[in-house]
Design a protein around this ligand. Structure first.
Ligand SMILES: O=C(O)CCC(=O)C(=O)O
Length: 340
């Protein structure tokens, strides 16, 4: 069945400096995601797009390992490599899978100019580039984000990664259905994504789609880990099962009712249905870490730039097996606090 379309609700009259309205909060808890139009104005989006253009123009191809990005469940070539695994505190560039054609003898050849070939930039734009700090954890929007995090129940929200996802015209890669807590696992799961459209995102250019309410019926079954810890050399990644017997480890705190429903079989669904989340540039989308969501390829001629960062609860265990590690350990993840 083709996905149904959801339109963003009309802008709420409450200014975002007051955080989410009770209705918005309720909607997030029920659906597992929330669309908030007009979080950024058009001129801020334009400024961020030109920052991204400069980054894409300026990064040197020389010495780049030509790493591609994929969130697929099969291990693709990029995921085990050092460039990816050491990107947690850096600004690094990952190619679209379809940006290459097989070269004659000399290996794959880029089929697009490099600034039209990058799938994503990550994973610490928030610490290195002031324009991104200012929509993550500093200044007015930093305080707004901290307020939202506290309304969502965070006690010590930590911003652990940020990315630009380019979804380039004609070759923009699909992102298969996934839960963010698989990739940013804490025990117990706590991740929330802040996803911000910098250009209009539509069905045509690969907007997000969501399995509404799936966070309440879908435990986190796997986590994306280093198959060797940093002490052991750090290379290699894979998916590790979170055992069913350890059911608590698969659900966020406060989800006892949902766990019970699932145990009794009443909260399950044979097959998830996805609803398109078409949004205008400037919209913030909050995504619960247990929510199933995805996006399709961008085969259109329009770009679909977005910026996203993720927050976890500092009080939950974040261990050395997780793929994302930064110098200083989890204590060094950026605090999202209301006084910054
Ligand atoms: O922007 C996209 O297409 C996918 C982003 C996503 O799934 C995520 O940030 O978790």
């Amino acid at each position: 069945m083709p996905p149904s379309r959801i339109s963003p609700p009309p802008t709420d009259p409450q200014p975002l400096t007051d955080g989410l309205t009770p209705k918005q909060l309720q909607q997030f808890h029920t659906d597992g995601y929330l669309l908030i139009p007009d979080y950024l104005d058009q001129s801020t989006c334009t400024g961020l797009l030109s920052t991204i253009t400069s980054l894409l123009q300026e990064f040197p191809l020389k010495d780049h390992p030509m790493t591609k990005f994929s969130t697929g469940s099969s291990s693709s070539a990029h995921v085990g490599d050092t460039y990816f695994l050491t990107s947690g505190d850096k600004v690094r560039f990952f190619f679209e899978e379809d940006a290459f054609s097989p070269g004659p003898n000399s290996g794959p050849v880029l089929t697009k100019p490099k600034e039209k070939a990058i799938n994503k930039i990550g994973h610490a734009l928030h610490t290195h580039i002031p324009a991104f700090s200012a929509i993550s954890h500093t200044g007015l929007l930093g305080r707004v984000n901290a307020k939202i995090a506290s309304q969502l129940g965070f006690k010590d929200p930590r911003l652990l990664q940020s990315m630009v996802i380019c979804k380039q015209p004609e070759i923009g890669g699909a992102v298969p259905p996934h839960q963010d807590s698989t990739f940013l696992y804490t025990r117990r799961p706590s991740a929330v994504g802040f996803w911000i459209a910098l250009e209009d995102a539509t069905a045509e250019n690969g907007c997000l789609s969501f399995a509404r309410g799936s966070h309440r019926r879908t435990p986190v079954r796997h986590r994306f880990v280093r198959t060797r810890t940093e002490e052991e050399g750090g290379e290699g990644t894979g998916f590790e099962e979170i055992e069913e017997a350890d059911e608590e480890a698969r659900w966020p705190r406060g989800f006892e009712h949902e766990r019970e429903e699932r145990k009794q079989g009443s909260g399950t669904k044979e097959e998830e249905e996805y609803e398109l989340g078409e949004v205008k540039a400037g919209t913030l989308v909050l995504i619960h870490g247990n929510l199933l969501h995805k996006s399709e390829k961008n085969l259109s001629r329009k770009g679909r730039m977005i910026y996203t960062f993720h927050v976890i609860e500092g009080g939950e265990e974040y261990d050395g097996k997780n793929w994302l590690q930064i110098p200083g350990g989890p204590e060094a993840f950026t605090k999202l606090d209301r006084s910054s």
